[in-house]
Design a protein around this ligand. Structure first.
Ligand code: PLP
Length: 404
């Protein structure tokens, strides 16, 4: 039986702030005690660098670090741990693919296909690469509900397309994209695909090998793990052809003044001292997420989303932005002429944390002709009572600003 009250006991923040209603999970999730302990234990009891020392404590740290790589590979269904690169987050992972994979392959007249709903980080690196190389960024449109039109998407793919980069789940609209169909369309034309899993890794079944995805990227902090740790999954066939773009210690086999021989992937993509404690904490986050029945989690999040949608729709002036049939637990909305920042400030004064603004998707806001939205996003520890409370406060905000 899925019990959010019991789950809350894993999260110390809720005992420190019992009044907190945290509905900003798409920005970052709270951290369970197991993750916090793993990080503080590491610093307290076995702090060393990795892949350098040969004394017992250093070797043990290196081993633990590499065990998390294997755990990550298992978590997302990668064939080999060598297909996992630790980065500082989704942002770093996408930039690495742009610089190390795309730019060397991109030529004048080539194209990169993204969608209208991408987070800025799944847009700007490709846009800048295209500018650099005289290539074109092609944007697949969406309908008003926030769904991709797959027929149009398919028509945008051609022999000029060098990469497709799409989000699995939209952080602003909650739309779940049909990744399987997108991959099939792209692969029919031998086009590699990067999937941004920042909003899906925590609660969705991920199987990169079964999907046959070329690159999959996500951040630890959006799945109950620490900030500063992210994952770049890449197919071995791509990694072995990519050259590192960041250089430094620990990522090499041999260095002479004239030439450097780099280490094999993934090590060549991780120069310098990594976020060791973060990676160890991230390993605990994977254990934490894996300890729940995914179906139970999905059902709980769906119930929260349905209740919140129903309650919000009853408030005069509320317009939900993003009404895709297939939606994750993210609800963006506008409230008449009330600025989203006012909504978030008012909710904040009632200890209800939500995000307001453009959510790093400005072109998407332009499409809807709005400056921003207020956004509610759920995680496993949220409760139906919290949704009820949130809806009452939204009603109060509506009355406050509109006097009715
Ligand atoms: N992609 C999506 C869909 C996101 O929601 C986010 C963060 O909000 C990112 C990428 C960037 O993630 P990070 O800031 O952890 O690098």
């Amino acid at each position: 039986m899925f019990d959010p009250q019991q789950i809350r006991t894993h999260f110390p923040i809720f005992s420190h702030r019992p009044e907190l209603i945290y509905l900003d999970n798409a920005a970052t999730t709270q951290k369970p005690i197991s993750v916090i302990r793993a990080i503080s234990d590491f610093y307290e009891k076995e702090n060393t660098n990795v892949h350098r020392g040969i004394y017992e404590m250093a070797a043990s740290t290196s081993q633990k670090y590499e065990e998390v790589r294997q755990k990550t590979a298992d978590f997302i269904g990668a064939a080999k741990k060598e297909e996992i690169v630790f980065t500082s987050g989704t942002t770093a992972s996408i930039n690495l693919v742009a610089q190390s994979f795309l730019i060397p392959r991109l030529e004048t007249g080539d194209e990169v296909v993204i969608s209208m709903m991408e987070h800025h980080v799944n847009l700007i690196p490709w846009q800048q690469a295209c500018k650099l190389k005289g290539a074109k960024l092609v944007v697949a449109p969406i309908n008003k509900a926030g769904e991709l039109d797959l027929k149009i998407f398919k028509s945008l793919l051609s022999e000029r397309t060098k990469l497709v980069a799409v989000t699995h789940v939209s952080n602003t609209l909650g739309t779940i994209n049909p990744i399987g169909e997108i991959l099939e369309m792209a692969h029919k034309r031998d086009i590699p695909v990067l999937v941004d899993g920042a909003q899906s890794a925590a609660h969705f079944d991920i199987d990169v090998e079964a999907w046959d995805v070329d690159f999959f990227v996500f951040s630890g902090h959006k799945m109950y793990g620490p900030t500063g740790v992210g994952i770049l999954y890449g197919k071995e066939e791509h990694f072995t052809k990519m050259l590192p773009v960041h250089f430094g210690g620990n990522a090499i086999r041999e260095v002479r003044f004239e030439e450097t021989v780099f280490a094999l992937p993934p090590r060549c993509f991780e120069p310098g001292t990594p976020n060791i404690a973060g990676v160890i904490g991230f390993g605990q986050a994977i254990d934490f997420v894996s300890s729940f029945d995914k179906k139970g989690v999905k059902y709980h999040l769906q119930r929260l989303t349905e209740l919140a949608t129903e309650k919000l729709q009853k408030v005069k002036g509320v317009k939900i932005v993003g009404t895709a049939k297939n939606k994750s637990p993210v609800i963006s909305f506008t409230l008449g002429n009330v600025h989203p920042h006012d909504v978030a400030t008012f909710l904040g004064a009632e200890n209800i944390a939500v995000r307001a603004g453009h959510h790093c998707t400005q072109p998407l806001m332009d499409f809807y002709k709005i400056p921003g939205t207020s956004r509610i996003s759920f995680a496993i520890y949220n409760t139906m009572e919290e949704v009820e409370r949130m809806a009452i406060v939204i009603k109060e905000i509506q009355r406050f600003f509109n006097g009715r």
